[in-house]
Design a protein. Sequence first.
Lengths: 195, 193
Amino acid sequence: MKNKHIHSALFLFLFLWIGISSRAQETLNAFDPNTFILGGGQESTTAVVDLQRIAITDLEPDPATGFSDSTLGMEAGNPFTGTGSPTTGEFWLNFTYRSLNFQNARIFVRVNQPIPSDMTIKVQIINTANINGVYNANPNSNPINLSTSEQIIVYDFASGYTGDGEGTGYLIEYNIINPSALSLPPGFEIIFEIK
Amino acid sequence: MKKLLTLSLILLISSSVLSQILPGTLDVTGMPTFIQSFDEVVKEAGLDDTTVGFESEFDANLVGFVLNPQLLLGSDLVCEANVFRYSVFIHTQNAPANFILEARTSLNSGQRFPQVSTYDNLPLQPLGPRDLTPENGGNYIPVPNDGSQAIKIFEFIGCRTDIPVQFRIKGSALVPAGNSNFQIVYTVVGSLM
């Protein structure tokens, strides 16, 4: 009885092994001329590939997405829940970058129009993560006081990609200090841009 | 008549089995240029560009293999009288790192050479009909950038010309933008069976 089970297992193993082997793609050592010199042949042709430069970022969760830059639209008054008190939030910055001539890039941040005086908006990279990405994190971890002048939020980096979605890339915290409960102008945006 | 037919078939089969495979010429035409358009670039930040990919024309390369002429016999007559099985393997040389090239052809693509042959009318064809069979059901096959692992993309019976090969390109974001040159190498292996 025991032998019967062993035989059955062996047959099953053999059957599976043959099945797996027969499905494998056939390969050849093309460096060995003996494989093709009689009744065969070998030829090559030149191919050229021309790939585009890529520089895209977006924010997750995804308030807005743009090519070459990302914007965080902020409807006036929307994030503010308490008059005069700071409000904070977090989002993830993802990017995909393919360099031309191995040129490194940076990510800059700015706002598209002046912030009302007596209001301060700061952004700061507080963490980095990598899920299904290939990149070397190089954050500027200092708080950045936003203005219409662009400032570096990610220092030099080479081609790479962060992985997509929340939980990967650069975790950015924004902090709004608005003691006078002012409104942001219509169309106000925070812009992240790879250059 | 029936006996004669049977005898001729036996002779044909035995001659095929005992015969020696003959030299031929592999011909590859086309120098493909794979240009990625703006629309073919990944649109979702964070993803690699391999998630998109783009295709070449269906006939970026044309591959053919015919037997060499012998004395006064042209290639067509030599091919008609000598039908072998050919397996075609492909690999690349000097392709950029993180670059994925895939190749395919379709069932019975290309042209039989010669177009009409007495072999086609044999009641029993030792190697089967002069057809082309793609690997992986005609779906794309990744091309290794390693000649020691050249991969089979199709096989055919008898001489054949103008077999189109189409490519799909998946370049990682890690591959530098701009132009890169590399070689696509075809290796044909003939067999009697």
